[in-house]
Design a protein around this ligand. Structure first.
Ligand SMILES: [Zn+2]
Length: 78
């Protein structure tokens, strides 16, 4: 797997937590494997992860819990 920006460094697989939206509602997916380029930071989503996201967003997968978090907007921090 190579960086789509053409960097010579191989991509690193990382597990991340990402927020997606389904019907306007935020959905958090944890332990999602993404490939990250150590050089330019470009992220690509490998096919198995893309499939998981698709299944989750289409409602085929039951959630394993609720995720609640405080929301901060950058404009309110100054
Ligand atoms: Zn790169």
């Amino acid at each position: 797997m190579e960086c789509p920006n053409g960097c010579p460094t191989p991509l690193k697989t990382e597990k991340q937590e990402k927020i997606f939206h389904r019907n306007g509602e935020p959905v958090v997916i944890s332990d999602l494997e993404v490939n990250v380029c150590p050089q330019c930071g470009q992220e690509t989503i490998p096919l198995p992860s893309a499939r998981s996201i698709e299944n989750i967003l289409s409602g085929k997968v039951k959630p394993s819990g609720k995720f609640t978090a405080e929301l901060y907007e950058v404009s309110a921090t100054v």
